[in-house]
Design a protein around this ligand. Sequence first.
Ligand SMILES: [Zn+2]
Length: 329
Amino acid sequence: MKDHMIKELAHYQKLFASLRTDKNKNRWAITTKHQAPHKPFLLLSILDQISSSNITKNFIEPSLNLIETFNNYWSLIMPIGSSASMSYPFYHLETSGFWHLVSTHGEQHQVGRTVSSVKRLLELYQGAKLDDDLFILLNNKEYRHDLRSILINHYFAPEIHQGLWDQATINKQSEAYYYNIMKHPEESSSMVAEAPSPIYQKVRDQGFRKAIVRLYEHRCAICGIRILTPEGHTVVEAAHIIPWSQTHNDSPQNGMSLCKLCHWSFDEGLMGVDLDYKVMVSPSVQKNNNFSGHMQMLSDREIFKPDENKYWPKQENFDHHRQEVYRKT
Ligand SMILES: [Zn+2]
């Protein structure tokens, strides 16, 4: 059995090291060895999802979770402002020899299509299966580690290897952090690491963000806007009511999902939330001939809250904001 596995591992090491990628010196930087990083990023994301038990059977769906993990890798390495659609590697991995697309009902699989958006991908495919032997290997921690190092060493420059290993750690630990704060929303103080490190900071950020954005289903609690593109880009951010630096409180009861304008306005004290969970707009917004029409419309409107009240923002935290941050005049 062991011999068989080792033979299989060698087979997939070879396939992982010979993915077909776009090679172009002008298009791709030295950090990705002048190659398109889409396929390695997707495979790294799949390894992470298996590692945190989000993928437990041999069927890979283009889920929002997978897309977000892919986007995290992308923004870690690639130039600021650039983005890519996970649909490209998801479709084109079929040339790898271990990736088998599963069509949606009534759709025939065709080779050589252009699938340039997640929306299109979802119209055509339910997901993909890996070779069963490969999936078994990937469920073993050591083999998974081995195949991850093939991807990292083969497709990325040495100076970013550590960053990629760290991102894998962050992805795994932030899942655990997320489950923990969802399970104990009443705990006001978050779990502070024994030795706070830059990695731990990212674990917290990513875990808190996941909890808040999911609880509010990507909707801004104050103005109600919800824009989530199929590529996983969202208008909202996870906001703390009392800043993390003051109380180290990552409970959902100290958070809200807010769009960029509402987040900024809330932090600046231009908006607040009253005892009945209604929006307060500071009188200071109306000064200086300001055309603040849309902000004024939000005044006295109830904020959007998660379904379960154990996740609602705590009045105690809003009270702190009303006293310390909100501009009364
Ligand atoms: Zn908003």
